[in-house]
Structure formats: structure tokens, C-alpha cells
Design a protein around this ligand. Structure first.
Ligand code: HEM
Ligand SMILES: *[C@@H]1O[C@H](CO)[C@@H](O)[C@H](O)[C@H]1NC(C)=O
Length: 313
């Protein structure tokens, strides 16, 4: 008797494991208010700080590129200290606030990784970009790796060949990579990340170079963290101006401009298409965000739902 009811329990568990996967309705029964709570948090944060849309979008990108979309980027220490992250990533406090609101409604139910994915989507929408449906059910890691982050996150000094390799390693093709780079239609970069381009590259619009040099001196160590908009035309609006700018040598980062001028035919046509057609960009961006959001998720029984996003349970 005891042993047969144990087998029934085991069978039920196996069935639950076999059917566990991501879905768009994942929290509909367990936490029906989750998506609205996340959206409210994003809208409030972006209305008091427009740049926050960019910062939340980038958090999700940096999460997904390092051991998959598992909220590893949020754990204190580790990945947060990697080259591209330290002194650069922002929005941790916004995610913590959203998480605590969600926890109040439904305890230990909604993962930090899912919150990042939904917040990235809602951020894009909040600044005029396209929407898409986010699959849910990612779980959170209990580890993060600074070494892996340094290895997998693309640096702004990379060549187009290396950029393509980095994205291909995550299952993202040329079109995805160019579309996702269009995230640089919003947000800011620090002088230290585009100084070399200002002072030693030829494929830069002279007027842009002059105006950026005013707040980004040549001497390393001076003005390193001074900010400039990645899209000089419409810095806080999600549109296709980033691609129009690339055609005019007005990309801010080396890694932006190489997509157009040094790609040897690999990506120019894609940029021309996005620069001349906002809908084409929006559709490709949404499709690529779905792909990026599905990189190596932890699915039950793997992973955990963290109580606090900055530390493992
Ligand atoms: C193609 C390879 C990429 C490289 C080399 C790159 C590099 C960078 C760098 C250097 C910055 C400025 C950071 C700072 O100065 O503090 C930045 C900002 C940003 N990146 Fe990227 N990025 C890439 C792709 C992406 C992707 C795929 C996304 C999202 C889908 C993204 C979203 C952003 C956003 C929104 C910002 C502004 C963040 C803010 O203002 O807080 N980037 N990126
Ligand atoms: C790249 O992936 C997108 C989906 O994100 C797809 O629509 C497109 O056909 C792919 N392109 C190539 C060249 O494989």
C-alpha cells in the first residue's frame, strides 16, 4: 500500500518534469498579477529616469549571454565585477523593488530571470519600441561567473568577425545581431568606451567627433566616465535612427560602426533595410529578443526561484 502510493507520487513527479517547459501562460494561475506588477514598476522607473529603459534592456542582454537567461547577472559579486559590467550596469535597485512587489503578491513564485525578460520588453515598449510575447518559466541560477562574463560578453573594441562569432555562439545569426545592436537606439556610453574611436578612427563623422571630444578628452583617465548618447538623433526614443546614423558614420562605438563600414558585405544590406524601414527593424528586433530570451534557460527541476535577486536562496 505504502509502496504503491509512493509509485503514484513518483509517476506524478515524472509527468510534471516531462511537461515542465516555458510558456506564455506560466504564471496565469500561480501569480496572475505578475506581469502587471512588473510593467508598473518599469513604467514608474522610466518616467522618473528615461535612461532606465536602456539600462533594464541591457541587464537582460548581459544576463542571457552569460550561462543563459538565469539572472546570474544579478547575484552580488561575480559577474557584476566583469569588465563590461562593473561601473556600467544599472537598474539593480529597480529590479529589487519590482521583485519585492511581486513577492508581496506571490511568494517564491516568479523568478528573477523572468522579471528581467519581462522588464526588458516593457522597457522597450515604454520608449516607443515594439512589443512581443515573453515565454516564462526560466528559473534562477545559484551561481554566477566573472570569468565566463569576461569571455562571453562582447567588448566595444571587437571586429565585426569577432562580433559575429560571439553572437553565433549564442545561436544568433547576422540579422539577429544587427537587430539587437539596434538596442543602441537608446542609452548612454562612457567616454572610455569610445575614446579610441574619436581620436584614431577615420570612419567617423567629423562634426560628431568634434562635439564628442568636447566631453571626452584624449588623455586616458580624464573624463573616462563622461556620458554620451549612443543615438545622437533621438537618444531616448526606440526608433531606427541608430541605423540611419551608421550610414552617416555616426555610430558612437567602434562595434557599432564596424557593422556598416567594415563588415565586408556581411551586414550592410541588413542595416540599409532597417534604416529605410522602421517596421522591418521592429519585427526583427522583437524576433531576436525572443531568441535571446530563450538562451539556455534553467527549467524546473533545475535552478531555483530566488527570494532576493541579488543572492541565492
Ligand atoms: C554587439 C555587441 C555589443 C557591444 C560591443 C555593446 C557594448 C556596449 C557598451 C560599451 C555600452 C556602454 C556601456 C558604458 O559605457 O557604461 C553599451 C550600452 C548599451 N547596450 Fe550594448 N553592446 C552590444 C550589444 C547590445 C545588445 C545586444 C543590447 C540589447 C539587446 C545592448 C543594449 C545596450 C543598451 C540599451 C545600452 C545603454 C545602457 C544604459 O544607458 O544604461 N547592447 N553597449
Ligand atoms: C536569422 O534569424 C531570424 C529569426 O530571428 C530569421 O527570421 C532569419 O531568416 C535568419 N536569417 C538567416 C540568414 O538565417
Amino acid at each position: 500500500m505504502a509502496s504503491s502510493s509512493l509509485s503514484v507520487v513518483l509517476l506524478l513527479c515524472l509527468a510534471a518534469v516531462a511537461s515542465a517547459q516555458m510558456s506564455t501562460t506560466f504564471y496565469d494561475a500561480s501569480c496572475p498579477g505578475a506581469q502587471a506588477t512588473i510593467k508598473n514598476g518599469v513604467v514608474a522607473a522610466v518616467s522618473s529616469d528615461p535612461r532606465m529603459a536602456a539600462s533594464l534592456l541591457r541587464l537582460h542582454f548581459h544576463d542571457c549571454f552569460v550561462q543563459g537567461c538565469d539572472a546570474s547577472v544579478l547575484l552580488a559579486g561575480n559577474e557584476r565585477n566583469a569588465f563590461g559590467n562593473v561601473g556600467s550596469l544599472r537598474g539593480f535597485d529597480v529590479i529589487d523593488q519590482i521583485k519585492s512587489n511581486v513577492e508581496q503578491a506571490c511568494k517564491r513564485t516568479v523568478s528573477c530571470a523572468d522579471i528581467l525578460a519581462v522588464a526588458a520588453r516593457d522597457s522597450v515598449v515604454a520608449v516607443g519600441g515594439p512589443s512581443w510575447t515573453v515565454s516564462l518559466g526560466r528559473r534562477d541560477s545559484d551561481t554566477a561567473s566573472e570569468t565566463l562574463a569576461n569571455h562571453d560578453l562582447p567588448a566595444p573594441s571587437l571586429s565585426v568577425t569577432d562580433l559575429i562569432t560571439r553572437f553565433a555562439a549564442k545561436g544568433l545569426n547576422h540579422t539577429d545581431m544587427v537587430a539587437l545592436s539596434g538596442a543602441h537606439t537608446i542609452g548612454r556610453a562612457q567616454c572610455k568606451n569610445f575614446r579610441t574611436r574619436l581620436y584614431s578612427e577615420e570612419n567617423i563623422d567629423p562634426a560628431l567627433a568634434t562635439s564628442r571630444k568636447a566631453t571626452c578628452p584624449q588623455l586616458t583617465g580624464s573624463g573616462d566616465s563622461n556620458l554620451a548618447p549612443l543615438d545622437d538623433t533621438t537618444p531616448d526614443m526606440f526608433d531606427n535612427a541608430y541605423f540611419v546614423n551608421l550610414k552617416l558614420n555616426k555610430g558612437l562605438l567602434h562595434s557599432d560602426q564596424v557593422l556598416y563600414t567594415l563588415a565586408g558585405g556581411a551586414t550592410e544590406d541588413i542595416i540599409d533595410g532597417f534604416a529605410s524601414n522602421q517596421d522591418a527593424f521592429n519585427n526583427a528586433f522583437a524576433a531576436a529578443m525572443v531568441k535571446m530570451g530563450n538562451i539556455s534557460p534553467l527549467i524546473f527541476p533545475q535552478g531555483q526561484v530566488r527570494r532576493i535577486c541579488s543572492r541565492a536562496n
